[in-house]
Design a protein. Structure first.
Length: 161
């Protein structure tokens, strides 16, 4: 997987910043994606293209438990989020929703905004093609990757059934 990095060098980006509550009346991912991260970065949706990545600090996705945050990121075209750590409920919602999240400590200090990066989730590597650095991370457990690759928990269970 290859795309451009959108780096936010801060911790505790919460679900209200990922998708503001005023847009929670929508259930279409593309519609929610038009408002993704707008309270954090008003230009985000103008900059992001299909297959890009968000990179952030610790505790990404904290706050209220809303699947809408995952839907908004996906609706905006984000392929994965790379963060030093995730709020547990956000990580669970991401896996259940078939969305890739990668815990890579200090990635937000190594990757610069706009860098071209490549992720190999099975090898546990994020390669910054712009600066030549490689960041190692603990790959997702096999069952979690199966759920993500199936498109989420419901599709995974349908496939197994």
């Amino acid at each position: 997987m290859r795309g451009k990095a959108h780096v936010y060098r801060r911790n505790d980006i919460n679900t209200d910043e990922i998708i503001p509550a005023r847009y929670m009346v929508k259930f279409d991912e593309r519609e929610m994606g038009k408002h993704c991260l707008e309270d954090l970065d008003t230009d985000f949706t103008a900059k992001v293209t299909e297959g890009d990545f968000v990179v952030a600090g610790h505790n990404f996705g904290c706050g209220s438990s809303r699947e809408h945050a995952v839907w908004a990121l996906r609706g905006a075209g984000v392929k994965a989020v790379i963060a030093s750590s995730f709020a547990r409920i956000f990580m669970r919602n991401a896996i259940n929703g078939g969305f890739l999240v990668i815990e890579a400590p200090n990635a937000d200090e190594i990757i610069k905004d706009g860098d071209e990066i490549e992720i190999d989730p099975m090898a546990g590597e994020v390669r910054d093609l712009t600066n030549g650095k490689t960041i190692s991370f603990q790959p997702m457990p096999g069952f979690a990757m199966e759920i993500i690759e199936s498109g989420g928990l419901l599709q995974y269970l349908k496939n197994k059934g």
